[in-house]
Design a protein around this ligand. Structure first.
Ligand code: ADP
Ligand code: ZN
Ligand code: ZN
Length: 816
């Protein structure tokens, strides 16, 4: 008798045992996929964990349905890594598998299948069964696997589906995103009307009274002659010392025409070839220090101020790895936010760069997976968000975690609730590779680890080109209100600086941490504010659609005309969001182009990339946005960054609120003045004496670090204590409270006063479910493994308690 243990992509126990015959046992190895029956009707794709001959006790094993692969698609080191994740983050291997594999690898019976549009298929190339399904789909698409079963009148249809998938006739349904936002580059040419010599002559005569504009034209002709290809507007500006405004007026007069050409992401030939940049002395020193540091440390933290040129240092490290034939993983907090970086790396490494991200279609993801597995040339450098660390690397040499302090590296929901930075470090160690964490504002934990010499540490203290860090001014808006110097949400100082910046032909970025028009709508008569019916929060007013919306569940309704409670029509709004700022700007600066970047304006596929391109091309004068605008963007012409209100960041109820505020404000400030001229940052606040704001204004990372660390020590938070949060959710409030209390008491038996709660979170109900939290704090000397073991034993007892069977419990390790 032969058996295999398999991992099923479900949150049940770790592995399941099935029986196989002798041939199958000889053929199968860890990392193969097999289709297995589960429950009465279901069929799942499972991953072989091990092959053995020990019959399980107490139950009859079923046999497998089919083998899906000819060779393993998952490597041994992936399985090891996933086991670490499952054990560290207290979830099942199945949950990790589900998160790790592109869903096309995991056909299951609920899977929905649809026809690939416009795919031409020779009928003769299909087997009979394939054809039946193909035909059925032409009448009715999509189908689910059960439909296919009844069409073919058989239980086992996985092979048919796999064949159709392989030849690209069907696709597994999922939101399919377009491949990649095409990057458009702005070019400039003479309007056709002036192409004839006479009219051109006439034009040049006319322009003798506008020497600057004439000069621009002459430069354009010269560039055209030199390059013998389209002239980018950036190239023209660089060559001719012309101001953007003289080009603008030539365009306005219809003498020049702007047009766009799509910049293909891989086909970089023909583009102005980027010479490899020479590192500055401090970059060179940092590079050497990193290389030296890696001799002693597996992990090194690169603390480099914004615009210090970290990316160029990464480029050198990557080059070195490629020369040694190693793969490199370059992780970013959110791919959507880093179109810029992708094209920068592609300029250097061209076709060796692959991008892996959940927003790409499943076919692209499968392709990247296979390329990485086969160590293909085009998958030597992977740029990806957190899920890229699940790829089947064979020969990883280096992981770069850029913007390593970013909270979005942590996955909160669903399980596995892993931190990609920490999981990356473990992944690197499995490959005997190195990890570089890069940040201008490292997280407290990472900096602490560097201080303890667990990580190596390298610093870049100056901006590239010795550009000064922006000057940061705090503006007391309480005072400004008193003196009646506020126009809407703008102080006189901020308005003054905006005007000046615009007059200098520079752009302005304004930061407001909330989207929508105003967060709270309130009746002036009775004080009631409209609430989400599903969640325990007030609705946010969105003026553009005249709607009230819930930011937790998406519920929305038309804006009220009168109060629901008392019928009064004196409905007022409190607080403000990006939308309101945009509205105020439109009336304050009617002649300038104003745009907004937040979740509401970047929903469309390419909306984000388009906004970035418009800002790069200087078609936007003032951009107002949420923290989206803070991350890693490199713009050339931002003279001023304004923060409308720093207080709502600082007052957030979280032990990291101060650290996060510091990071966010420094990052936002870092967008200003990245070329020659020193940029300006104005921060409006009701508390100009707040320590964090003081530290932000003088760039005092270390001061912030020391002070926050002290607080963490006093209040028993990371990095001194580890924390695990256990969350309870149920429709029934009483039952949920009882369950949380039961669990807390059980934990306290062993862990005593380090178990806090149950506590009701600020938003106590979401999507009709009540929420209760318990926090377990773990002091350094206490074994983390033993603590988790104990929590697991409490969980098992909890599972056996019938009255709690409806309660959803989720465990979040390192929940911050
Ligand atoms: P960071 O990632 O540290 O914020 P970047 O890598 O974006 O900084 O660099 C900031 C700017 O300086 C970029 O526009 C980059 O092109 C430029 N830069 C950095 N290093 C060099 C170099 N060695 N030579 C020329 N330009 C550089
Ligand atoms: Zn009322
Ligand atoms: Zn809601």
């Amino acid at each position: 008798m032969y058996f295999i243990d398999v991992i099923l992509p479900i949150p049940l126990k770790q592995t399941f045992t099935y029986s196989v015959n002798k041939d199958e046992a000889a053929f199968l190895k860890q990392g193969f996929r097999v289709a297995v029956p589960f429950g009465k009707l279901k069929l799942y794709t499972a991953i072989v964990y091990q092959v053995h001959d020990t019959a399980p006790h107490g139950y009859e094993t079923k046999s497998i349905d089919h083998i899906l692969d000819e060779e393993a698609i998952i490597t041994a080191s992936q399985i090891k890594h996933w086991e670490w994740i499952a054990s560290y983050y207290m979830c099942t291997l199945g949950e990790v598998v589900k998160a790790a594999l592109p869903s096309a690898f995991l056909l299951e019976s609920e899977t929905i299948i649809s026809l690939v549009k416009d795919k031409v298929v020779e009928d003769t190339s299909l087997r009979d069964e394939d054809f039946l399904v193909y035909e059925a789909l032409q009448h009715r698409s999509p189908l689910n696997v059960d439909d296919v079963k009844s069409i073919l009148d058989k239980k086992n249809v996985v092979l048919v589906l796999k064949r159709l998938l392989d030849i690209g006739v069907i696709e597994v349904q999922e939101e399919v995103y377009e491949q990649y936002s095409p990057k458009l580059k702005k070019y400039i040419k003479l309007a056709p009307a002036y192409e004839k010599e006479e009219s051109l002559k006439e034009l040049l005569d006319q322009l003798s009274r506008a020497p600057k504009q004439r000069e621009v034209l002459m430069q354009l002709f010269m560039l055209q002659a030199q390059l013998k290809k389209p002239v980018g507007i950036d190239a023209l500006l660089a060559k001719s010392n012309a101001s953007a405004s003289s080009v603008k007026s030539l365009v306005a007069k219809n003498i020049l025409e702007e047009y766009y050409i799509r910049k293909d992401r891989i086909n970089y030939e023909g583009e102005d070839a980027t010479e490899v940049k020479t590192l500055s002395d401090s970059q060179e020193t940092a590079l050497q220090e990193i290389i030296t540091s890696f001799k002693r440390h597996d992990v090194t933290l690169l603390h480099g101020v914004t615009s210090s040129g970290k990316t160029e240092v990464y480029v050198r490290l990557i080059e070195e790895q490629l020369k040694a034939g190693k793969q490199v993983l370059y992780m970013l907090p959110e791919i959507a936010l880093t179109t810029q970086l992708i094209s920068r790396l592609q300029q250097y490494f061209g076709a060796q760069v692959s991008v892996y991200h959940s927003k790409y279609s499943i076919h692209e993801r499968v392709e990247v997976w296979n390329n990485v597995l086969a160590q293909k040339e085009k998958a030597q450098i992977i740029i990806g968000a957190r899920s890229s660390l699940f790829l089947p690397f064979q020969n990883l040499g280096l992981i770069i975690v850029d913007e390593a302090h970013e909270p979005s590296f942590k996955q909160y929901n669903p399980s596995p609730r892993y931190h990609a930075r920490d999981s990356a470090i473990v992944l690197a160690s499995l490959h005997k590779a190195k990890t570089l964490l890069g940040s201008a504002t490292p997280s407290l934990e990472s900096f602490h680890n560097a201080e303890l010499d667990k990580y190596g540490f390298v610093e870049l203290k100056r901006r590239f080109g010795n550009v000064l860090l922006p000057s940061i001014e705090l503006i007391d808006i309480k005072e400004k209100h008193k003196k009646k110097l506020m126009t809407g949400h703008f102080s006189d100082r901020l308005l003054e600086e905006i005007h000046e910046t615009l007059n200098n032909n520079e752009q302005v970025i304004l930061f407001q941490n909330r989207r929508g028009f105003s967060p709270i709508v309130e009746c002036k008569t009775c004080g009631t504010s409209p609430q989400c019916p599903n969640c325990d929060v007030s609705l946010t007013y969105h003026q553009y659609k005249r709607q009230l919306r819930c930011h937790y569940c998406g519920y929305h309704m038309a804006m009220l005309v009168e109060c629901n409670a008392c019928g009064s029509d004196s409905i007022d709004s409190k607080g403000f969001g990006t939308e309101q700022i945009e509205t105020e700007l439109l009336s304050l600066f009617p002649k300038h182009s104003i745009a907004r970047m937040d979740q509401d304006t970047t929903r469309g596929k390419h909306a984000y990339a388009k906004l970035i391109a418009r800002l790069e091309n200087e078609e936007i004068d003032i951009l107002v946005g949420t923290q989206m605008i803070a991350k890693g963007l490199d713009f050339r012409n931002i003279g001023l960054v304004g923060v409308l209100n720093a207080d709502n960041l600082l007052n957030f109820p979280d032990f990291r609120a101060h650290e996060r505020s510091f990071q966010l404000l420094q990052q936002v400030a870092g967008r200003a003045g990245r070329t020659q001229k020193r940029g300006k940052v104005l921060i409006q606040t009701y508390n100009p004496h707040h320590t964090i704001l003081k530290q932000v204004s003088v760039n005092d990372y270390r001061g912030m670090y020391k002070e926050q660390l002290e607080e963490r020590y006093q209040y028993k938070y990371p990095p001194y204590y580890r924390t695990i949060r256990i969350t309870f959710k149920d429709k029934n409030l009483t039952k949920n409270d009882q369950a949380a209390l039961w669990y807390t008491l059980a934990l306290q038996k062993q862990l005593g006063a380090n178990v806090l709660g149950p506590e009701i979170p600020p938003v106590a109900r979401v999507r009709n479910k009540y929420i209760s939290n318990v926090l377990v704090k773990i002091p350094k000397p206490q074994s983390l493994a033993k603590t988790k073991e104990y929590i697991n034993s409490v969980q098992r007892a909890f599972n056996l308690t019938k009255e709690f069977s409806s309660i959803r419990v989720s465990i979040d390790v390192d929940n911050y």
